[in-house]
Write a protein that binds this ligand. Sequence first.
Ligand code: FPP
Length: 248
Amino acid sequence: MNETSDATPVAVGGVPQHVAIIMDGNGRWATSRGLQRNEGHRAGTRTAKAVVTRCRELGVAHLTLYTFSRENWSRPRDEVALIFDLLVDYLNGELKNLLDQDIRLKVFGEMDDLPFVARQALLRVIQKTAGCTTMTLNLALNYSGREEILRAARALSAKGIQGQALSEEAFAAELYTAGQPDPDLIIRTSGELRLSNYLLFQAAYSEFYFTETLWPDFGPEELERALADYQGRQRRFGKTGAQLEADT
Ligand code: FPP
């Protein structure tokens, strides 16, 4: 674990431009309290709401939340239904706040396979917030990092892009993140130390922050600790410390 006990920011780096979060531990949070798993997702949605607002206040320009993976379809049907109900409530309830905070909504993942009501609610908020520029909130829904890479490869192949023309930039332009920076910081809650098919191409040089805290308990304070921890790191992108100093 790389939790910091005090949140004194060390000003090596600034605020990460792009924070991506794996919101894990809703079920365990609920069962440890003798509650149904669904109550964990309900509490997790409240946390998501608070974290979006705090990221915006702190100056994070891109926030990506792993809300539903392609693998999550295998969960019990009522749990899947509840997650999408919560999503629809979130979208309908937060539209005004998103507009007031100048936050644009995007989806990473295949929307066609989502329940109709969720798709309609997403399309409405995406369209209404399309002109917002202060922060982009990406919800990874029905998302799979491997599928995203295959999808990009298929798109490039369909365009006849091959050989030297098939550059990293050309590839990145076909990913859901096109036009957005790679995540600077990936946070995973609940003590699990895995990437779980999340942003596989984009995570090449991301910094990681793992915490034992279960997602419903991950509040704005711990978000600030994670950002302070990030700010204390030296990102080297394969260079030596001496080279980095010479560059500055
Ligand atoms: C992981 O906890 C959480 C999910 C798979 C669902 C995430 C959904 C939400 C937080 C609610 C919707 C969010 C928004 C933005 C509307 P888990 O169930 O895998 O926990 P466990 O590992 O303890 O079982």
